[in-house]
Design a protein around this ligand. Structure first.
Ligand code: SF4
Length: 244
């Protein structure tokens, strides 16, 4: 299967597309299930052209390294929540220097100060779901509008909530295709690729932060603990909503 959507119609609205993106996603999920990550990315680049982007939390540049080998100059969406660690902002700045990608800062509609003025201080401690919606989910949904497909770095072994992700999926909520080229990778696969290729990494990883989100909602993790247990610890929350 080698459908080039951009060749068929440029500038189309994905909701009114004259062909079925969902069918494309579901077929690709089957025939690419066992394919290497780079092959999955090549398929996505050939299929969606410039209407493909990727998202990065700047926890590391693994996905950026992989995708930029296939599609130099690709748009990388970074959700700048206003609550990031300085190390995460530094990693974003370093990515801009090192990789051939176009990093786009995606901003929430309110600054942190405006959110505190309108909704009170420390919303993340009182209603983290609303805070994540306002500072991550809604801004990303808005930023994804021009694209037909997005590449994400989620993996099956990261959490039970991610154990059944496909390498290509239909993103029902956003009515677009989602590509997860490293869905099948283990932590060892990740560590080996990073070491072999000198991939940029957020320095917080060396300070016992194996999973990095906003500073108020991320804590260090002790050896042997679930790597994601430092996210929203004690809040009964495991996902920000971007991948649900
Ligand atoms: Fe707010 Fe925490 Fe979600 Fe960041 S991770 S958007 S601070 S609730």
């Amino acid at each position: 299967m080698n459908v080039s959507i951009v060749d068929i119609e440029i500038g189309l609205n994905r909701q009114r597309a004259g062909f079925d993106l969902q069918d494309i996603a579901e077929s690709a999920a089957v025939f690419l299930e066992d394919a290497p990550a780079l092959e999955i990315i090549r398929w996505a680049a050939a299929t969606f052209g410039d209407r493909l982007c990727l998202t990065s939390s700047m926890s590391d540049a693994l996905l950026i390294d992989l995708v930029s080998r296939v599609k130099p100059g690709i748009d990388v969406l970074f959700i700048d929540t206003g609550y990031h660690f300085a190390e995460t902002i530094g990693t974003r700045d370093a990515v801009r220097q090192v990789y051939d990608v176009n990093v786009i800062d995606v901003k929430p509609s309110r600054t942190v100060a405006e959110q505190e003025r309108d909704l009170g201080p420390r919303l993340f401690g009182r209603n983290p779901d609303l805070c994540c919606y306002l500072r991550k989910v809604e801004p990303l949904n808005r930023a994804l509008e021009p694209y037909l497909a997005w590449v994400s770095g989620i993996r099956r072994d990261e959490a039970v909530t991610r154990s059944d992700v496909r390498v290509v999926e239909w993103d029902t909520k956003r009515q677009m295709v989602k590509i997860n080229p490293i869905a099948r990778w283990t932590q060892d696969d990740v560590d080996n690729y990073m070491a072999d290729n000198g991939v940029l990494i957020n320095p917080l990883h060396y300070d016992d932060y194996p999973s990095i989100g906003c500073a108020p909602c991320t804590r260090q993790v002790a050896p042997g603990e679930d790597p994601r247990s430092g996210r929203w610890a004690g809040m009964g929350k495991t996902e920000c909503g971007l991948h649900l």
